[in-house]
Design a protein around this ligand. Structure first.
Ligand SMILES: *Cc1c(COP(=O)(O)O)cnc(C)c1O
Length: 397
């Protein structure tokens, strides 16, 4: 049944029991069956986020992708306060853009894409400016860099600042200890390392912080975070009609991770990432960032200079493999390979074998071109299209 192998940082190939979960019975979201389902998901989310003092935290589920959870937090927590976004990539910039729509006192502390956060610069900024809230991305998916969750949390605590983290692509793949890292709110979604279908996102937060939202101006209706909290708190429901069957799938995906054990699951993902990286290095490829800065979700790889990324992706697609292209300043410079979802060691080996074939097909085109130029064949013009056709011929397609 696996048509495509999604080597992407989400959506992912889901487990069979997650696929089956959406076929469960029809229930009404204003009845006890849905309330139980939501409570079950909430309990499991609090476990996933390593919450020890369960009585101090709540989790709300939103129908909408990861951006909905981010927008829900950013539109609900700031009021007139000063909010600083620390960014080193596409998703950090998105947090900034979302916050600016809702909060006029939004500031940006920007590092280059793919560059590590400089904690000294962050600290100096917090000393110099009156910042009330700091928000950042944990795993900056555009470069694959894992940002220092605990260290920025320690700075936030030291300077009395509320700390918000976008964990959309790291939850389910990395330890996120909300208590230890002093996180007030963090967001994630169903369709990345959690391993379910896309369409749901969630916010885990401290009750103390949820309660404060009541006194802040309402800037959105649908994504009003206090309203989600109020509903879960009073009736264990969502404010509006949720995508009920996706809740079944999310619950199953969380059961799968918790049954395996969080740390076992993280170790499994890490070993898959390791296999993938080792294989790609052996093929002579180079990575965008240092391996020790990477999350175990995906690997960002430089595109060899003679390869057109569009053709490259198309050739992999013909082998049922889907990968990502770089965004923003990484466009046409990198490709990204995820290893989350139901990808086995065999699938990763299949990917590496296919990758070798595709890379070799480009090398053949190069050699041919060289020979042709030496042969002074002026009739042949090397457009992208006929390079591609030639390469297809040369690998015997
Ligand atoms: C995927 C992702 C998001 C959310 O994107 P959606 O398209 O709304 O799912 C937000 N932040 C990060 C870091 C992500 O990787």
């Amino acid at each position: 049944m696996k048509n495509f192998l999604l080597f992407t940082p989400g959506p992912v190939n889901v487990a069979k029991n997650v696929r089956m979960a959406v076929c469960r019975e029809d229930i009404c979201h204003r009845e006890t069956e849905f309330e139980c389902l939501l409570q079950s998901i909430e309990n499991k989310l609090l476990k996933l986020f390593e919450i020890k003092n369960i009585a101090d935290y709540r989790a709300v589920v939103i129908t909408g992708s990861g951006t909905a959870a981010n927008e829900s937090i950013l539109s609900s927590v700031a009021g007139e306060k000063n909010i600083l976004i620390i960014s080193n990539g596409e998703f950090g910039e998105r947090l900034f853009r979302i916050s600016k729509v809702h909060n006029k006192n939004t500031f940006l502390l920007e590092f280059s894409w793919g560059e590590r956060f400089d904690l000294k610069i962050i600290e100096a900024y917090l000393i110099k400016h009156e910042i009330d809230i700091v928000a950042m991305v944990h795993h900056e998916t555009s470069s694959g860099m894992l940002n220092p969750l605990e260290k920025v949390g320690a700075l936030s605590k030291a300077y009395g600042v509320m700390y918000i983290v976008d964990c959309v692509s790291s939850a389910g793949a990395e330890v996120i200890d909300m208590e230890k890292c002093h996180i007030a709110f963090c967001s994630s979604s169903s369709s990345k390392a959690i391993g379910s279908y896309s369409g749901l996102s969630f916010v885990v937060g401290k009750i103390e912080e949820f309660e404060k939202l009541k006194y802040l101006p309402v800037k959105t209706t649908y994504l009003n975070l206090y309203k989600f909290y109020h509903f879960i708190n009073t009736v264990s429901q969502t404010p509006n009609t949720p995508a009920v069957h996706l809740f079944y799938a999310l619950e199953q995906a969380l059961i799968n991770i918790l049954n395996e054990g969080g740390s076992n699951h993280y170790a499994y993902l890490k070993s898959k990432a390791h296999l993938l990286r080792k294989g790609m290095l052996e093929l002579g490829l180079k990575f965008l960032i240092d391996q020790k800065d990477m999350c175990s979700v995906l690997t960002t790889v430089h595109i060899p200079s003679h390869i057109d990324v569009g053709i490259f992706r198309k050739k992999l697609r013909e082998k049922s493999i889907i990968i990502y292209e770089g965004k923003g300043c990484f466009k046409n410079r990198v490709f990204q390979v995820g290893n989350i979802g139901e990808l086995s060691y065999d699938d990763i080996q299949f990917f590496l074998d296919s990758l070798r074939e595709v890379l070799q097909s480009f090398d053949m085109v190069e050699t041919k071109r060289f020979v042709s130029i030496n042969d002074h064949n002026p009739m042949f013009t090397y457009t992208k299209e006929n390079l591609e056709n030639e390469s297809l011929i040369s690998v015997g397609k």
